[in-house]
Design a binder for this molecule. Structure first.
Ligand SMILES: Nc1nc2c(ncn2[C@@H]2O[C@H](COP(=O)(O)OP(=O)(O)OP(=O)(O)O)[C@@H](O)[C@H]2O)c(=O)[nH]1
Ligand SMILES: [Mg+2]
Length: 165
């Protein structure tokens, strides 16, 4: 049973990121990925802890809530290199956070593909996501981590967040 769920728009980089979390050598600039049809279960071994994560493909966003029961941690992955798509991602994110089952959940917002993004785009992304405003309207405290499945940026931080009680 996975009590961590990984959500985000299609193509935002969930599958590749989780593969990088599983094995730092498994992903490099030659890696490719296909859209997740439905759901994928992953096990990550880190510091003698096994973390089970369920990824739900962006294509099946209308079905995501079927999987929310019993979830303690939510990872929401956004493509930081694609600002055009980001306000739609924000709408999705808001609807996820508004689900009463996530009232006490730990929430991690991952800005990924930082290898093809500019540093400064982080702030623009957070602005478009209206993070300041969002944070005042939802009960959860949101942790934000920048990452890249290609370079491994953010990997350690995400793993630490995952094993934190
Ligand atoms: N440059 C770069 N490309 C990435 C990164 N992460 C993912 N990609 C590319 O983005 C595309 C989509 O990645 P996926 O990991 O399959 O995206 P996903 O969020 O799992 O998508 P769905 O399963 O359809 O919801 C692929 O072509 C990846 O190679 C990254 O950190 N950097
Ligand atoms: Mg996927």
């Amino acid at each position: 049973m996975a009590n961590v769920i990984c959500l985000g728009p299609t193509g935002s980089g969930k599958t590749l990121l989780i593969k990088k979390l599983q094995n730092v050598d498994a992903v490099d600039e030659t890696s490719t990925s296909v859209p997740t049809v439905g759901s994928n279960l992953f096990s990550i071994h880190y510091n003698n802890v096994v973390i089970n994560i369920r990824e739900l493909g962006g294509e099946v966003a209308p079905l995501w809530p079927k999987y929310y029961d019993g979830i303690k941690k939510v990872i929401f992955v956004v493509d930081a290199s694609n600002l055009c798509q980001i306000s739609a991602a924000g709408v999705l994110f808001y609807s996820v956070l508004a689900d009463p089952r996530f009232k006490n959940a730990k929430v991690l917002l991952v800005l990924t593909k930082m290898d093809v993004s500019y540093r400064q785009m982080r702030n623009e992304a957070l602005l478009i996501l209206q993070m300041k405003r969002l944070q005042t309207e939802v009960p959860q405290t949101i942790t934000i981590i920048e990452s890249s499945a290609i370079t491994g940026e953010g990997r350690d931080e995400i793993l630490e967040w995952l094993i934190k009680k």
